[in-house]
Design a protein around this ligand. Structure first.
Ligand SMILES: [Zn+2]
Length: 223
C-alpha cells in the first residue's frame, strides 16, 4: 500500500467520523422514493448540470423532510436538500433550482469537504501544542467553528458561487440568473451574524463578488 493510499484512507476515516457527527446533530431522515414533493425535479436539475459539465459522473440528489431551509453536500457525490427549500425553489422557478444545485455540486468538484476536514484537524493538532493561542478559540464554544476554518469556509462559498456561474453558462444561463437566485436567498433566508466564526459570507458580499466578475471573462472550473 503506497503512502498516497494510506493518506487517502486516513482522510476517509476522518471524513466518515465528521459525517456521522453531522448526521447525529441534524437528526434528519431522507425521504423514501416519491415520499417528498419535488424529488424528481431535484434529481433532474442535478443530472442536467452533470450532463453538461461532468459527463460520466453520477450525483445522487437526496431530499429530507425538514422544515429548515438547507442544502449541503457529502464527499460521496450526494447533493442534499430539505423539502422546504426545494418547494420554495420550485415555486421560484427552474433557474433558481439549477443555481442551488450548481453551487452545491461546485463544493463537491472543488473538494471543499476534504479541504475543510483537513484544516479542522490541523487546527485541532496545533491547539495541542499551543494552548495559549488557541484557548480563546471558537473551538472551545460548543458548536463554534475555528476562525481559520471559518475563513476558509467563507472563501469556499465565494469559489462555489463562481464555479456555479461557470456551470450554468454551459446550460445557457449565467451571472444574471445566479445573482437573481442570491437575491432570492437574501430575501428568504436570514444572514448568519458576520463574526469571525461565520461559515458563510453575507449574501450582499456574495452578490457583489459575482457582479464584479467580468461579463466577458470566461471562468473555468479550477478542479
Ligand atoms: Zn455553499
Amino acid at each position: 500500500m503506497n503512502l498516497n493510499r494510506v493518506m487517502k484512507r486516513s482522510l476517509l476515516l476522518i471524513l466518515l467520523m465528521l459525517q456521522s457527527a453531522c448526521a447525529t446533530q441534524m437528526a434528519q431522515l431522507p425521504c423514501e422514493p416519491s415520499a417528498c414533493s419535488g424529488q424528481n425535479r431535484w434529481q433532474e436539475s442535478i443530472d442536467h448540470i452533470a450532463s453538461k459539465n461532468f459527463p460520466g459522473e453520477e450525483f445522487e440528489g437526496v431530499v429530507y423532510k425538514d422544515r429548515l431551509s438547507n442544502a449541503w453536500t457529502t464527499f460521496d457525490h450526494r447533493v442534499h436538500i430539505t423539502e422546504d427549500l426545494l418547494d420554495a425553489l420550485n415555486r421560484a422557478g427552474e433557474p433558481h433550482l439549477l443555481s442551488v444545485a450548481a453551487h452545491e455540486m461546485a463544493h463537491i468538484e472543488a473538494d471543499h469537504f476534504v479541504e475543510k476536514a483537513t484544516k479542522t484537524y490541523m487546527q485541532w493538532f496545533k491547539s495541542l501544542f499551543d494552548h495559549d493561542q488557541y484557548k480563546n478559540s471558537a473551538r472551545q464554544v460548543p458548536g463554534g467553528i475555528d476562525p481559520e476554518v471559518a475563513a476558509m469556509s467563507r472563501e469556499h462559498e465565494f469559489e462555489a458561487d463562481r464555479l456555479a456561474v461557470c456551470y450554468l453558462q454551459k446550460l445557457g444561463l449565467g451571472k444574471a440568473e445566479y445573482v437573481d437566485f442570491l437575491r432570492w436567498m437574501q430575501t428568504h433566508l436570514n444572514d448568519a451574524p458576520q463574526t469571525e466564526s461565520a461559515s458563510h459570507p453575507s449574501f450582499a458580499e456574495r452578490i457583489a463578488r459575482i457582479e464584479a466578475m467580468g461579463e466577458q471573462s470566461k471562468v473555468q472550473p479550477s478542479g
